[in-house]
Ligand binder design. Structure first.
Ligand code: 8GP
Length: 833
C-alpha cells in the first residue's frame, strides 16, 4: 500500500508525522497550545473546565496516533475481528482512564500542578458518558477495555444518543428526571461525516421472477434516514492497541426530496422531516430489565443494526474473499436481543443483494453470530407485534417467516410426536396480535448462546429455553460468568489500595493478570500491612462521607459500618427488603436500653439508584427510603447509631467513589432473578464484604473467596416456584417482625401511610412475588451476624484481605478470553514493539 505513494511525498509526510508527547513539559506544551488555540482561551481566563478540555485534547491526540496505527495494523494482519453490538455502553468518564491506560497520569498531575490546577478537580469537570442503564451497559464498557488491553482486533457498535440516561434529582423525597444533554463538549468523539449509511424504513416488497426464473424480492419505497458514524478511541492498558467504538447518529437523508420541498416552499415540513429523522438517535430508553415495545425503539434497533452491518460487510468485501469465508473473518456478538435484527439483515443482504442461495446464506449467518442472554425475567424478554413489524420492516418480516418455517419443519421432522412443541418454539407467538419473539430468533440465528453466571446459564437451559436445548443439544448453550475491568474498578477507583498491593507484588502486572492478587494472601498476618489496609478503607469512607455531606447535608461518622446498596431500583433487586430491615433496626434501637445501645456498632445505610420513569413501585421505594432517612437522621435519640442516606444520581463516576468505601454491600435479589450482578464483584475487589442471596455471581464469588467470607441468607432458587405457588393457593403467615415494620409505616411514622400502601400490599395481599416476607427473618438474623463480626476488626480485616486476594477470577479479561475461545475463535494482534 505504501509503495503506491511516491517517495518524495512519503518523505515529506513522514518528516511531519504527529508525535506523542513523552515528558511532562511536552504534555504542558500540548495542553497549553490546545487551551490557547483550539479553545481560544488564555492564561487569564483559563478556568478548570478549560484546563480539563486542554488536558483531554492533549491526551486525545496521543490516543489518536495509536488508534490510527492500530487500525492499520489490524487491516494488514487481516485476521478475524470481533464486533460487539450493544444498544448500551455505560462508559463513564474517559480522561482518568486514558491517563492511566497510556501511563502518563503522574506527568499530567505534575504538569497541571505547575499550571495551577489539581488533577482531581480537573478530572471532575468531565461529564459521564452515560449511554446505558445499568449492568448490561457497564459490562459492554468493561469488555471494550479488556478487548483493547488484550490486543484483540475488536469494534464496538452502538447508538450516539443525544440524551443518555436521565439525571436523577431528589425533590421532597421524590425522584425527578432531568434530561442528560451531554454532548456540548465531548473531546472523545470524532464525527466521520464521510462515513454515512442510508437506512430504509416502511415501504413495500415487490416480488417477481427474473429472466433465469429465480425469485427476486425488492424492498421499495418508504423513507430513508442517514446514519453518520462517530468514533471513540478505546485505549488498552499497557499496550499501544487502541480500538474503536463506533456510534451512529441519525439525520435526514440529504436527498433530492428535501431540495424539492424547499423549492416548493415547504420549509417547515422539510425541517420537520429533519427533526423526525434526528429523533431516532435522540434518547436512550431508560428501562432496565423491562421492554415496553415502542415503535421508536424498534426503529432505533434497525437503524443501528443496518448501519453496523453495512459497515462490517463493506470492510469484509474489501478483502475480496468468497462469502463462505465471512464467518472466518467476522464474529458478531449480540448483547442481549436488542441487535437480533442483525441476523435477519445479514440474511437479507446475502440473498437479496448478493444473490446467495438461502441455505448457503443461512449457514454463514449462524456461524457469524453469538447471543448473550442477560435475564430470565419475563417482562424483559423482547417481543414485537407482527403488524408493527409488517409496517416498519416488511421485507424483514418475510424473512423471519421463512426462517421460522424452515426451523419448524426441521423440528417437526425430528420430533414428529411432539406437535405442541411447535407452537412453543415458534418465533411467532400465536397471540392477538401475533408477536415476534426476539430471543427465539436470536437462538436460532446464532451458533452459541450464553448466560452470564453459572446459575443463570443453568436456568435458561431448564426454563425459558428448555425446548431449544432438546432441539439443538446442550452444546449450543454455554456459560461465561461476567467480570469487571480492574483498571477502572481498582486502579482508577482505589489508587491507594492499588499502590499498596503493587508494593507487595513488585509492580502493577496484576492489573493485567488478576490471579496474581493471590500473592497478597501471604500478608494476612502482617500487622503493618493490615493497618495500612484498614487506613485506606477509612480514607475511602471519609471521601464518601464528604460527598454525602455535600449532596445531602447529612454528616455521617466514617467510623460507622457503611452498609451500601447501589444499583437500579427494581422489585426483584429488593431494595424494599433492605429498607424494611432498616426500619426494623430503627424500631429495635428505639426500644433498647442504654447498655444495649453501647454494644451496637453504628451504621450508615446508603442507597443509590435510578427508577425507570414509569415504574411506580420503584419510585415508591425511593420515596420510602428518603422518608425513613428524614425521620431517623433527625432522631436525636438515635444519633450516630443509625443514619439512612439516599445518594442521588448514582452513575459510573459516583460508583468509583462508592465501591471503595463499603464495609458491607447488599446483593439481595430473590434467588434466581439476578442473572449475575457485577457490582458485587466491584465491592469485593475493593475490600468490602457482602451480604447476599444465593443468586447470580454471588454463588461463584462464594466459591472463590470462601463461605466464611460472605454473609449468605434466604431461600434458594430451586424453592422459589413452590413458595410462590403456596402464597397464591395455600395459607401462609407473614413474618411477625415484618408485620411490626408494616405497623410502623401504617401508623404514619414515615409520613403519609397511603403513599406506601402499594408497597406493603404487594406483600400482604398480592402474593409477595419476590418473597420479601419469606426471607425477612433470615435477612435480619444475618445482619445480626454482621454486627457481631464487625466488632472483631482484626478478623474483619482478614476476611477483607482474603477476599480481595481470591477475586482474580472476576476480571473481564478472563471473561473475554472465554468468549474468544468458546464463541468467537479469534486471536489477538499484539503490536510489534
Ligand atoms: C443485567 C442483569 O440484570 C445483571 O444481573 C447482569 O449482571 C447484567 O445484565 C450484565 O450481564 N441485565 C439487564 O440489564 C437486562 O437483561 N436488561 C434487559 C433489557 C434486556
Amino acid at each position: 500500500v505504501e509503495a503506491a505513494i511516491p517517495e518524495p511525498q512519503r518523505e515529506a509526510w513522514k518528516k511531519f508525522t504527529a508525535q506523542e508527547f513523552s515528558t511532562k513539559e511536552e504534555f504542558q506544551a500540548e495542553a497549553v497550545r490546545h487551551i490557547e488555540t483550539t479553545l481560544a482561551r488564555s492564561l487569564f481566563n483559563c478556568d478548570e473546565l478549560a484546563a480539563y478540555s486542554g488536558t483531554a485534547l492533549a491526551f486525545r491526540d496521543r490516543l489518536v496516533i495509536e488508534w490510527n496505527k492500530t487500525q492499520q495494523r489490524h487491516t494488514f494482519a487481516d485476521q478475524k475481528r470481533v464486533y460487539y453490538l450493544s444498544l448500551e455502553f455505560l462508559m463513564g468518564r474517559a480522561l482518568d482512564n486514558a491517563m492511566l491506560n497510556v501511563g502518563f497520569k503522574n506527568a499530567a498531575k505534575d504538569g497541571l500542578s505547575e499550571l495551577g490546577f489539581r488533577i482531581e478537580d480537573i478530572i471532575k469537570q468531565e461529564r459521564d458518558a452515560a449511554l446505558g442503564n445499568g449492568g448490561l451497559g457497564r459490562l459492554a464498557a468493561c469488555f471494550l477495555d479488556s478487548l483493547a488491553s488484550m490486543d484483540f482486533p475488536a469494534w464496538g457498535y452502538g447508538l450516539r444518543y443525544k440524551y443518555g440516561i436521565f439525571k436523577q434529582e431528589i425533590v421532597d423525597g421524590y425522584q425527578v428526571e432531568v434530561p442528560d444533554y451531554w454532548l456540548d463538549f465531548n473531546p472523545w468523539e470524532f464525527p466521520r461525516h464521510d462515513i454515512t449509511v442510508e437506512i430504509q424504513f416502511y415501504g413495500h416488497v415487490r416480488k417477481y421472477q427474473d429472466e433465469t426464473g429465480k425469485n427476486v424480492a425488492v424492498w421499495e419505497g418508504g423513507e430513508i434516514v442517514e446514519a453518520v458514524a462517530y468514533d471513540v478511541p478505546i485505549p488498552g492498558f499497557k499496550t499501544k492497541t487502541t480500538n474503536n467504538l463506533r456510534l451512529w447518529s441519525s439525520k435526514a437523508a440529504s436527498g433530492e426530496f428535501d431540495f424539492q420541498k424547499f423549492n416548493r416552499g415547504e420549509y417547515e415540513s422539510s425541517v420537520a422531516d429533519q427533526q423526525r429523522a434526528e429523533t431516532i438517535s435522540a434518547v436512550l430508553y431508560p428501562n432496565d430489565n423491562l421492554e415496553r415495545g415502542k415503535e421508536l425503539r424498534l426503529k432505533q434497533q434497525y437503524f443501528w443494526v443496518a448501519a453496523s452491518l453495512f459497515d462490517i460487510v463493506r470492510r469484509f468485501k474489501k478483502t475480496k474473499r468468497a462469502w463462505a469465508a465471512f464467518p472466518d473473518q467476522v464474529a458478531i456478538q449480540l448483547n442481549d436481543t436488542h441487535p437480533t435484527l442483525a441476523v435477519v439483515e445479514l440474511q437479507r443482504i446475502l440473498i437479496d443483494q448478493e444473490g446467495l442461495e438461502w441455505d448457503e446464506a443461512w449457514q454463514i449467518v449462524v456461524k457469524t453470530f453469538g447471543y448473550t442472554n442477560h435475564t430470565v425475567l419475563p417482562e424483559a424478554l423482547e417481543k414485537w407485534p407482527v403488524p408493527l413489524f409488517q409496517n416498519l420492516l416488511p421485507r424483514h418480516l418475510q424473512i423471519i417467516y421463512d426462517i421460522n418455517l424452515y426451523f419448524l419443519q426441521s423440528v417437526e421432522r425430528r420430533f414428529p410426536k411432539e406437535r405442541e412443541m411447535l407452537s412453543r418454539v415458534s418465533i411467532i407467538e400465536e397471540s392477538q396480535p401475533k408477536m415476534v419473539r426476539m430471543a427465539f430468533l436470536a437462538i436460532i440465528g446464532s451458533h452459541k448462546v450464553n448466560g452470564v453466571a453459572e446459575l443463570h446459564s443453568d436456568l435458561i437451559k431448564t426454563t425459558i429455553f428448555k425446548d431449544f436445548v432438546k432441539i439443538y443439544g446442550p452444546d449450543k448453550f454455554t456459560n461465561v460468568t461476567n467480570g469487571i475491568t480492574p483498571r477502572r474498578w481498582l486502579h482508577q477507583a482505589n489508587p491507594r489500595l492499588c499502590e499498596l498491593i503493587a508494593s507487595k507484588l513488585g509492580g502493577y502486572d496484576f492489573l493485567k493478570d488478576l490471579t496474581l492478587l493471590g500473592e497478597i494472601e501471604r500478608y494476612v498476618d502482617d500487622k503493618a500491612f493490615k493497618k495500612e489496609w484498614q487506613e485506606i478503607k477509612y480514607a475511602n469512607k471519609v471521601r464518601l462521607a464528604r460527598v454525602i455531606k455535600e449532596t445531602t447535608g447529612v454528616s455521617v461518622n466514617p467510623a460507622a459500618l457503611f452498609d451500601i446498596q447501589v444499583k437500579r431500583i427494581h422489585e426483584y433487586k429488593r431494595q424494599q427488603l433492605n429498607i424494611f430491615g432498616v426500619i426494623h433496626r430503627y424500631l429495635a434501637i428505639k426500644s433498647m436500653t442504654a447498655e444495649e445501645r453501647k454494644k451496637l456498632a453504628p451504621r450508615v445505610s446508603i442507597f443509590g439508584g435510578k427508577a425507570a420513569p414509569g415504574y411506580w413501585m420503584a419510585k415508591t421505594v425511593i420515596h420510602l427510603i428518603n422518608n425513613v432517612g428524614a425521620v431517623v437522621n433527625n432522631d436525636k435519640d438515635v444519633g450516630d447509631l443509625l443514619k439512612v442516606i439516599f445518594l442521588e444520581d448514582y452513575n459510573v463516576s459516583k460508583a468509583e467513589i462508592i465501591c471503595p468505601a463499603s464495609d458491607l454491600s447488599e446483593h439481595i435479589s430473590t434467588a434466581g432473578t439476578e442473572a449475575s450482578g457485577t457490582s458485587n464483584m466491584k465491592f469485593v475487589l475493593n475490600g468490602g464484604l457482602i451480604i447476599g442471596t444465593c443468586d447470580g455471581a454471588n454463588i461463584e464469588i462464594t466459591r472463590e473467596i470462601g463461605e466464611s467470607n460472605i454473609f449468605l441468607f434466604g431461600n434458594l432458587a430451586e424453592d422459589v416456584e413452590e413458595l410462590r405457588h403456596h402464597h397464591l393457593y395455600g395459607k401462609y403467615e407473614l413474618d411477625p417482625d415484618l408485620l411490626k415494620v408494616f405497623e410502623a409505616i401504617k401508623s404514619g411514622t414515615f409520613g403519609d401511610a397511603n403513599a406506601f400502601s402499594g408497597l406493603v400490599n404487594a406483600i400482604v395481599d398480592h402474593g409477595d412475588y419476590y418473597l420479601v416476607s419469606d426471607d425477612f427473618h433470615s435477612y435480619i438474623q444475618t445482619h445480626d451476624l454482621v454486627d457481631e463480626a464487625y466488632k472483631n476488626q482484626d478478623e474483619w480485616l482478614t476476611k477483607s484481605i482474603q477476599s480481595v486476594a481470591r477475586m482474580g477470577f472476576f476480571t473481564s479479561d478472563r471473561c473475554i478470553q472465554e468468549y474468544a475461545d468458546l464463541i468467537w475463535n479469534v486471536e489477538p494482534v499484539p503490536p510489534k514493539e
